[in-house]
Each structure stands twice: as structure tokens, then as C-alpha cells.
Design a protein around this ligand. Structure first.
Ligand code: GAL
Ligand code: ZN
Length: 643
């Protein structure tokens, strides 16, 4: 990667008269913008009538960018088919689980399995590719937009047929499928493939295997759509990289790992959820996830917000002064080589006119625009960071299949939320100044000293063996409750939970005991929501319930050790356990800092390194580096220490 940090946002010039565009690019230059995403929602103007194209406006926008030295993530505008599409092909509109066909008038109004949609999408993508493949402003293809954000699952007849075809490629025989789904239960045995439906509304709980496979199929259908566009772009414009913006850590409908494997560079979007107590820790999770999806290499933050979002929250909070900078630099610290926003100029009309932008309704003489300009200058000064890698010795395992399987309505407790638990464990590391990667259970763990498994209800045989091998070779793991319980088809692993890791953990559980109220452990810690009737086989007990049964255990296994928790520990106790396993595995923080100060290191192969210290608190704080330097980071400030 060249020494430049991409900076900018979605530019939607079609929403404005062309006189405004000159002002746009002049202000972009003033703000240090060097990259915009263009054309994402312009299908209905590029092809106002089916088969009739009008590229005049986009030509002029691209030329204007080129003349100003600004480069484009040029979109294929396929995320929002025009009204004519729904009118002409109502069968290609999405259908929900209740059989309701949705109408046009919003965005992503199409069935992901519709061959008609695919044909029309590829046609407009081809037009864009052929027209702009040599354009000097073109930097990257921005394929579609947030696949599956609104139409992740479609239950129409076309999707039903595609689901059956997907199942036939997964299961050699119908017997195999019946066995995987446990269809002997509730008289669901299928005697013909044609009987299989998407999990449409039913009188009671749907079959878990069917539900899980439908989630997998639906995610695969979106990846396939991406591949169809990507392959066409590759063929027409060899050498131009392509991406699509994921929603890593926020939306769990699309399997990010499957998508990421197909992207030339991983890009993702992240928005702060105001209701979270410390939304910047959620940001860190998303950024760590994006980097991990890109194999640890730098990635691109395609969208975040300069201030408020405009969603269905009770109140959409504006960012406080300085928050935009802290958020942006936190993404940079965690490996982003590009910081972009939705959107450049705040819309005057349309569904997102109350969403903040780089250039607010009030114009350039505003807090937001001043911060945008200052950030542009600061990123320019940090160009040397580009291409460096984030240091992480810990991996935290998450898997979409497991999240999907656990989403089935009939579970021992509705209080377990694997995503929130993963984020809570991640937050414990964040507070300890320890940076972690997010890893797939079957991914390569050899670079890590410590692996955390907050809640991995479902694990495949390969994933189970992978963790075992990691410990055997000397790694340390910490496994949370309700992990390793079912196989890849959501069938219970028999003989005592957690079936996948009984031997690894040296523990066997005979019953789950969800808790009505928090309980105290011998150590004084509290456990919440969940407990288990466990007994140790080879493990040592480190903490217990009042009954004497184990709450925290440690088992030596091969050259390593495996810790297990049978309850959801309160935050303080979890922090202590995490500190214990960090100590045991020799994992050190990036720097020592006061609470609320985020510390992360990026380093180049040649040794140049950058310690980011981000003070999220309202008081000055001190940070001590590994080599003993102490610096003060003012309240709300960010320091980047070169080493
Ligand atoms: C993203 C989307 C953008 C915009 C933004 C703000 O999900 O990609 O187009 O809608 O959110 O809400
Ligand atoms: Zn469909």
C-alpha cells in the first residue's frame, strides 16, 4: 500500500444541482479529502428506463474528481433497483417469512436468488465497468452496498427452489438431510426434496437444522451475487481491485468470513449505537474484526458518521466535540488505512436527511466541518502509518453458524447472547490494553498465545480439533459456558457437555442450570443468568458455587492449559480471569494506561512503530510505554507515539 491514508466519504452528487459540485470539490480539497465513494444509489438515474442509459452526470462527476486529484470507489449501483424494476418484475421483489411481498420505495428491494435481478444487476454493472475502467479517477470498485442489510433472507418460491438446489449440493441424499435435521422429531421426515420449504411462518418452532441451513444458504446467496459482479468486473477491468462494504460486528446475517475471502481488500462500515455505555469499545470490536477478516492486513473503513445517525433509536445522539477524531483514529489504530464517512454532504431530502455528514446542512462554518478539516490534515501527517500492521497475540473466536444456531427460539435461556458475550470479553481485553484479533474457529491460530472462546454453542469437528491442537502445542484457552455443545447441524454432542471439549477442559456437565438471580461464588465474584452442574474429571477447580460445584476450572492439556467458566461472571471478575490467562500465556498490554484510555500498537516490518493512546475520559491520563516512557494524554485527546 502506498503511504497515503484514504480520506473522504460517499459523494452523492445526483442529489444536488451541478453548480454545487464545484463547491463540493473545493471544500473536499480544503478538508484533505482524497477519496470518495460514488454512484452507490444512482441506478434509477443511470438507467431511468429499462435498457436506456444516461451516464452524462456520472461522466462529469468522475471528470471533476480526476481534475481535482480525488479518486473514487466507484459503485455498481445494484443495491437499489429502480421503481421500473419492481413494476416490471414483481416476482423479483423480496418476500418475508409471512409471505408478504415487499414493495419498491426503499432500497435493496430484490430477492437475492432472483435470476431477473441478477441479469439486470450485471447489465448495469457491465455498463459502469466498460465505461469507467480506464478512468483516471477510478481507485476501487465499490460493489453493491452492504449486502443483505435489509433483504438478507427471502422466502419466495424462487428462493425456495434455490434453497433446495443448495441443499442438494450439501447433502448427497435426502436421508442424509433427514438425519442432519433430526426430522424424525415432530413428524417432519421428508420423502421428496420438493417438500422442503424455506422456514416460512409455522404454528410452532421451526426445525433448527432447517433454520440454520436456511441462514447459511441465504448468506451464500449474497456471496454468490457479489461473486457474479466481481467476476464480471475482473474480466472487464483486470487489475482494478474490488470490495463491498461489510457490516462486521453489527449485522450477523451475512457470514463475514465467506465474504472476506472473496474481497481484494476488506472494507466495512461502523456506526456507534448510542444506547451502549461505551460505544467506542464496540467500535474497537468492529475494527478488530475487519482487520482479522483481512488476514491482519490494513483494511478500509468505508463508512462511519461524523456525528448523529438517523435510525430508529429513541434519540440519535450527536457526537461530542473531539469524538469524531477519537473514533477515526481508533479505527486507524486498529489497522484501517482509510477513514471514510457516510456521507460527504448532508442530504436535503430523502430518508436519511437527519443523518450527519462531513458537510452539514448548516455549511462549512460548523463544528463538524472544522473537525473534518482538522482530521484530514492530521491523517495526512500520519501517512507513514499506512501499511503497518496491528500487533495482537490473542484471538477471540466467533462464528456466524454458531450465532445463527443459537438464535433458535427454543433454548435453555433467552438471556444468553453470544454476540454480546463476545463483545463483553473483548471489552475486558480492551480495558486491559490488550489487542486481540477475531478468529474463525477453524482458522489458523498458530500466531497466538491465548485464545478466548466466550460462547461458541456450535462448533464443527474441525473447529473443535483446531482448538485442541492449539492447546496441545502450548497455547492457553479460556472457554465460556454453553460452548462446544452441538455439532455443525445443531445436534447435541452426547455424553456430557461440552461434548466437543470435555477432554480438553477436563470437565463434564450433566445439566444446564439457568439462574433466576445472580449468585455469589466462593471468591466473592458473582455469576449471572447461567450455571451448570459440572464435575471435574482431570481439571483443577479455581472457583465454586455455594454448592461446591465448579464455576471456574483449569486443565493442563498437552503443553498448554484450558480454562473453563460455567457461568457469566460479572465484569470485574471476568477482568480478573482474563488477566490471569493473559499472565499465564505471557500476553502483555500495548502500554500501561489509566482506565478509559485505549492503547494499540501498529508496526512496520522494518521496526517503525506507532503507539496510539486514545483518552476517552474527561480527565488527563498518563500512559507508560513498554520501554518506560511516560506521557500525559489530555482529556479527550489522542497521542501517537513513534517508536
Ligand atoms: C449504511 C449505509 C449507508 C447509509 C448509512 C447511514 O448502512 O450503507 O448508505 O444508509 O448506513 O445510515
Ligand atoms: Zn426470493
Amino acid at each position: 500500500m502506498p503511504d497515503v491514508i484514504a480520506y473522504g466519504g460517499d459523494w452523492n452528487p445526483e442529489q444536488w444541482p451541478e453548480e454545487i459540485w464545484e463547491q463540493d470539490v473545493a471544500l473536499m480539497r480544503e478538508a484533505g479529502v482524497n477519496r470518495v465513494s460514488l454512484g452507490i444509489f444512482s441506478w434509477s438515474l443511470l438507467e431511468p428506463v429499462e435498457g436506456v442509459f444516461d451516464f452524462g452526470r456520472l461522466d462529469r462527476a468522475m471528470d471533476l474528481l480526476a481534475a481535482n486529484g480525488i479518486r473514487a470507489n466507484l459503485a455498481t449501483p445494484t443495491a437499489s433497483p429502480p421503481p421500473w424494476f419492481g413494476d416490471a418484475y414483481p416476482e423479483a421483489l423480496p418476500v418475508d417469512a409471512d409471505g408478504r411481498r415487499l414493495h419498491h420505495g426503499s432500497r435493496q428491494g430484490f430477492c437475492p436468488s432472483s435470476p431477473i435481478y441478477r441479469e439486470k444487476a450485471l447489465r448495469i454493472a457491465e455498463q459502469v465497468a466498460v465505461r469507467y475502467r480506464e478512468h483516471p479517477a477510478l481507485a476501487l470498485w465499490h460493489v453493491h452496498n452492504e449486502y443483505g442489510c435489509h433483504n438478507a433472507r427471502c422466502y419466495c418460491d424462487t428462493s425456495a427452489a434455490a434453497f433446495r438446489a443448495w441443499l442438494r449440493s450439501r447433502y448427497a441424499t435426502l436421508d442424509e438431510l433427514n438425519d442432519a435435521w433430526g426430522t424424525a422429531f415432530w413428524s417432519q421426515h421428508y420423502s421428496d426434496w420438493a417438500q422442503i420449504l424455506p422456514p416460512r411462518a409455522t404454528p410452532s418452532f421451526p426445525n433448527p437444522g432447517q433454520l440454520l441451513d436456511f441462514r447459511r444458504f441465504s448468506s451464500d446467496a449474497l456471496v454468490e451475487l457479489y461473486l457474479a459482479e466481481r467476476d464480471l468486473l475482473r474480466q472487464l477491468a483486470p487489475g482494478v481491485p474490488a470490495t463491498t462494504n461489510l457490516m462486521a460486528g453489527a449485522h450477523w446475517d451475512m457470514d463475514c468470513w465467506a465474504f472476506a475471502a472473496e474481497l481484494d481488500v476488506v472494507s466495512t462500515d461502523h456506526y456507534l449505537i448510542g444506547a451502549r455505555a461505551e460505544p467506542h469499545i464496540d467500535l474497537a470490536f468492529a475494527a478488530d474484526y475487519a482487520r482479522s477478516l483481512n488476514g491482519g492486513r490494513p483494511w478500509l473503513l468505508m463508512e462511519h458518521s461524523t456525528s448523529a445517525v438517523n435510525w430508529q433509536q429513541p434519540r440519535n445522539l450527536a457526537k461530542a466535540p473531539g469524538e469524531l477524531r477519537r473514533n477515526s483514529l481508533a479505527h486507524l489504530a486498529r489497522g484501517a488505512d482509510g477513514i471514510m464517512f457516510f456521507q460527504w454532504r448532508q442530504s436535503r431530502a430523502g430518508a436519511e436527511k437527519w443523518h450527519s455528514a462531513m458537510l452539514p446542512h448548516a455549511g462549512p462554518d460548523t463544528k463538524v466541518f472544522r473537525e473534518v478539516k482538522a482530521l484530514g490534515a492530521e491523517l495526512d501527517g500520519l501517512a507513514e502509518v499506512a501499511g503497518s500492521r496491528v500487533e495482537a497475540e490473542v484471538a477471540l473466536l466467533v462464528d456466524h453458524s454458531s450465532v445463527w444456531a443459537q438464535d433458535h427460539p427454543a433454548q435453555p435461556s433467552s438471556e444468553l447472547d453470544p454476540v454480546e458475550e463476545a463483545k463483553r470479553w473483548h471489552a475486558a481485553l480492551w480495558r486491559a490494553g490488550v489487542t486481540c484479533d477475531i478468529a474463525h474457529p477453524e482458522g489458523d491460530l498458530s500466531a497466538y498465545r491465548l485464545v478466548l472462546v466466550p460462547q461458541l454453542y456450535l462448533v464443527s469437528d474441525a473447529g473443535a480439533a483446531n482448538l485442541e491442537a492449539f492447546v496441545r502445542r502450548g497455547g492457553v484457552v479460556l472457554v465460556g459456558p454453553y460452548s462446544g455443545v452441538v455439532d455443525e447441524h445443531d445436534r447435541v454432542r452426547l455424553g456430557g457437555y461440552p461434548g466437543a471439549w470435555r477432554e480438553l477442559l477436563g470437565v463434564s456437565v450433566e445439566e444446564f442450570l439457568p439462574l433466576a438471580a445472580p449468585i455469589r461464588l466462593a471468591s466473592g465474584a458473582t455469576g449471572r443468568a447461567w450455571s451448570e452442574a459440572a464435575r471435574v474429571t482431570t481439571a483443577k477447580v479455581l472457583d465454586t458455587y455455594a454448592s461446591g460445584e465448579p464455576a471456574w476450572t483449569r486443565n493442563e492439556f498437552g503443553d498448554g492449559a484450558a480454562h473453563y467458566l460455567t457461568t457469566l461472571l460479572d465484569d470485574a471478575a471476568l477482568a480478573e480471569v482474563v488477566a490471569t490467562v493473559c499472565g499465564e500465556s505471557g500476553v502483555a498490554p500495548a502500554a500501561t494506561a489509566e482506565p478509559g484510555v485505549e492503547v494499540v500498537r501498529r508496526a512496520h516490518e522494518d521496526g517503525r512503530s506507532f503507539l496510539f493512546a486514545i483518552n476517552h475520559t474527561a480527565a488527563d491520563a498518563t500512559v507508560t510505554t513498554r520501554d518506560g516512557r511516560t506521557v500525559t494524554v489530555a482529556a479527550g485527546d489522542v497521542a501517537v507515539l513513534r517508536g
